[in-house]
Write a protein that binds this ligand. Structure first.
Ligand code: F6P
Length: 539
């Protein structure tokens, strides 16, 4: 196998091979302090995440070789360069400054002669003013977020967590898909006069969002008996975008528009005004808590030397687990319902960032990149897919996420929830010795081989700060794996072609064109034909 330019990959790849015969039971038996050595607290003094990576199938030799890889790849230096605004997103010649969104206001980061942190804080001040005004007015009862991908998953995730720890007077909805049953079901629950639409789109070129915004506008005009050109409609729209002009051209006229910037990737925009809906629903202070949780991780990532840098080490373990093709997937199992969307959120963050196969220099990548990210909330997952995780032929690396305190939870039931999480991690790691010498016909069926890796992340209290810290940990894990694999984690060329083709096919299946373009493959043409003959005719 041609290995990447980093020589240190040679040892990392041979570690992956060597560790195939390792056993967690033996690794723990060989070092009684293993768990203690591999359990660390990350974050600032106010928010800490306990990280136990001792049940990953690694040893000190592998860790040292991973740290050597990080040194050769200048991971922490590259992290500093990213935070300082260097154009790390080289194919789009853009910085990736999501860390600036939560930087302390005294920080100065220059991009094109402007201090972007000042821009961020100016915008946050405008957002806060708007949020406080909307919350004070009591004019709106329904908040509807219209956006998709990073313009949807981030605000939804924050909304879910804040809903579980607090209350709101607003009824909140999220619309993303171009499946109009989604927006129709939402609008059926709202009254036009009391509805505020938050239209989130960095590009304002996303078909789903544009279509849904038009449906919303027509619904509002009908419901308020207004002309579509009526300025009164604008008061029911607020736009969050990096392209205000395109928003206006699209016919979405909003009384308020808040800015994000080209140097914030969609999947990294949760810390921006894209999270406006949960800010309105729960107050700006909760969002500031979220930002503070992220900032603590950013600062620690940047200031901690490699061998003590737990977030760096988690990213390097990802590089070993997924870059060296030990496991095909990462299962994220939050043991709290409020984080049920975290696996979805991380699917975009990880797979859209690192689902690449070309290096920064245009050459073919030489190690594996993004894992398949999936998962589900515990304990539901124990009644769905844990069987495969325990006894299947495909071993997944698992991240368990739990909390010591969850407001509004029954203490005893929360104990049971957490006990289940700890039990699952233990059984995955150590399996279950066969009961005694029972050698009955079932013994093989009951065998639990164990040796299945997991990391357990736990916070004291579920809330915006812990969520911010957890999201930042994953953002930086993605960064680490991307750097050592030498890919650009910040572009997404792979999603462009599908959008173009969908536009062509949509025009044709809709019957707006007399015949199907022969440029389509025969399978697609056949399916288009069947669909067009089966769909109900345009009204
Ligand atoms: O999936 C492609 C993508 O561009 C994502 O990166 C982004 O989060 C989503 O579509 C929505 O894009 P926009 O915010 O520009 O509407």
């Amino acid at each position: 196998m041609v290995v990447g330019n980093f020589q240190a990959w040679q040892k990392v790849l041979s570690d992956a091979k060597r560790l195939e015969s390792a056993s967690l039971t033996s690794l723990f038996a060989e070092d009684e302090f293993r768990a203690e050595k591999m359990t660390k607290l990350v974050g600032d003094g106010k928010t800490e995440i306990l990280v136990d990576y001792s049940k990953q199938v690694i040893d000190q030799e592998a860790l040292q070789n991973l740290l050597a890889l990080a040194t050769e790849a200048r991971v922490l230096e590259r992290f500093g360069e990213m935070c300082d605004g260097k154009p790390v997103n080289s194919t789009e010649n853009q910085p990736a400054l999501h860390t600036a969104l939560r930087a302390d206001s005294k920080t100065s980061i220059q991009v094109d002669g402007k201090n972007v942190v000042a821009q961020v804080h100016d915008e946050l001040a405008k957002v806060k003013k708007f949020v406080d005004a909307i919350r004070g007015q009591k004019r709106f009862k329904y908040l509807v977020n219209i956006g998709i991908g990073g313009s949807d998953l981030g605000p939804r995730l924050i909304h879910d967590v804040l809903s579980s720890v607090g209350t709101t007077d607003f009824r909140c909805f999220f619309v993303a898909n171009i499946d109009s049953s989604e927006i129709n079901a939402v609008l059926a629950q709202c009254t036009p006069e009391e509805t505020l639409f938050v239209v989130c789109s960095k590009s304002f070129g996303t078909a789903e969002t544009l279509a849904n915004a038009q449906v919303a506008k027509k619904w509002l005009a009908r419901g308020m008996n207004l002309d579509l050109a009526s300025q009164e409609l604008a008061e029911h729209f607020v736009v969050v975008t990096a392209n205000p002009a395109k928003a206006k051209d699209s016919g979405v006229v909003a009384a308020n528009t808040f800015e994000i910037w080209p140097w914030v990737g969609g999947r990294y925009s949760i810390a921006s005004a894209m999270s406006l809906l949960p800010m309105i629903a729960f107050g700006f202070a909760a969002f500031e808590e979220f930002l503070s949780g992220m900032r603590g991780i950013d600062e620690q990532m940047r200031s901690t030397k490699p061998e003590e840098n737990t977030v760096l080490i988690l990213g390097l373990i990802d590089a070993l687990n997924f870059g060296a093709a030990r496991y095909p997937s990462l299962a994220v199992l939050p043991y709290v319902s409020a984080l049920r969307l975290l696996p979805n959120y991380l699917q975009q963050l990880v797979m859209e960032s690192n689902g690449k196969s070309v290096r920064l220099d245009g050459s073919e990548v030489s190690v594996k990149t993004s894992p398949v990210v999936w998962g589900g909330v515990g304990t539901n997952s124990q009644h769905a897919f844990m069987q495969m995780l325990h006894q299947g032929t495909q071993v997944a690396a698992v991240d368990f996420i739990g909390f010591a305190r969850v407001p509004n939870a029954d203490a005893e039931m929360h104990d049971q929830l957490t006990a289940n999480m700890l039990a699952q991690a233990s059984v995955l790691a150590f399996g279950r010795a066969l009961q005694g010498s029972r050698n009955d016909a079932l013994s093989n069926h009951r065998k639990m081989a164990g040796n299945r890796p997991s990391t357990v992340l736990m916070a004291v209290e579920l809330g915006p700060r812990a969520l911010g810290a957890i999201v930042a940990i994953y953002e930086h894990r993605v960064f680490v794996h991307g750097v050592v694999a030498q890919i650009n984690s910040f572009d997404q060329w792979g999603v462009e072609l599908g959008k173009v083709l969908a536009g062509e096919i949509s025009a044709q299946v809709g019957g707006h064109e007399s015949s199907f373009s022969t440029s389509h493959d025969s399978s697609t043409r056949g399916l288009m034909s069947w669909y067009r003959s089966s769909r109900k005719p345009n009204k």
